[in-house]
Design a protein around this ligand. Structure first.
Ligand code: FNR
Length: 183
């Protein structure tokens, strides 16, 4: 069976450059891998009162994480940090206490921004949370994509040879990382 990657895109907008980046990476993945995009936009805001009896959308999220072999976080940077919608999903998946769904799942964090530092600070914040929820996260290469018009299209095509080669190298390391943690 295929190796399932649960993909968390930290932007809900239709034209998201991070969605396009996720598609581009999906297209570069070797055969035998399957991306499953996690729908984080409809999750009610985390409330610890729910820990006693998790609502259906929270349970679905946890099942999706637990059913995945690996995680990929593709995040924009909002005000030098993680978009709330993505942090909310991480919080929900980590609870109730003792039932953290992320533990042991190999992960990577990447992102694209119109700004020159390419979501570096947001990614660092996601990495901090992933360390706490015990998801072993690929250290290198870091993927800070400085987006310019035409870099990605909606089908996952990449308009720059340099970026394609770089993302292909990332995919190679990511696949090795996932394989190492599955065996
Ligand atoms: C931004 N943007 C932004 N960019 C950045 O590099 N660092 C930042 O701190 C911020 N802060 C920020 C806050 C908010 C509320 C918004 C809406 C935007 C710009 C951001 O990089 C740009 O909108 C991207 O296009 C967002 O990613 P998606 O939605 O295209 O994936």
């Amino acid at each position: 069976s295929k190796t399932k990657v649960a993909v968390f895109v930290g932007s809900l907008r239709k034209d998201s450059i991070n969605k396009k980046l996720a598609k581009a990476v999906e297209k570069l993945m070797p055969a035998g891998y399957e991306f499953e995009y996690v729908d984080i936009g409809e999750l009610p805001l985390y409330n610890q009162d729910y820990d006693a009896d998790y609502p259906a959308p929270y349970r679905r999220l946890k099942q999706q994480i637990e059913g995945a072999d690996a995680l990929l976080f593709v995040t924009p940077e909002y005000n030098r940090s993680v978009p709330g919608v993505l942090k909310n999903a991480i919080d929900i998946g980590s609870r109730p206490w003792g039932k953290n769904s992320f533990a042991g799942k190999p992960a990577a964090v990447i992102g694209a921004s119109i700004g020159t530092i390419g979501t570096a600070i947001a990614q660092q914040h996601v990495r901090g949370s992933l360390a706490f929820v015990d998801a072993p996260t690929l250290a290198q290469p870091e993927v800070f994509i400085h987006f310019k018009e035409g870099l990605f299209d909606d089908e996952g095509n990449i308009g720059s040879d340099e970026t394609r080669k770089f993302l292909q190298a990332f995919v190679g390391k990511y696949v090795d990382w996932v394989a190492k943690h599955r065996s």
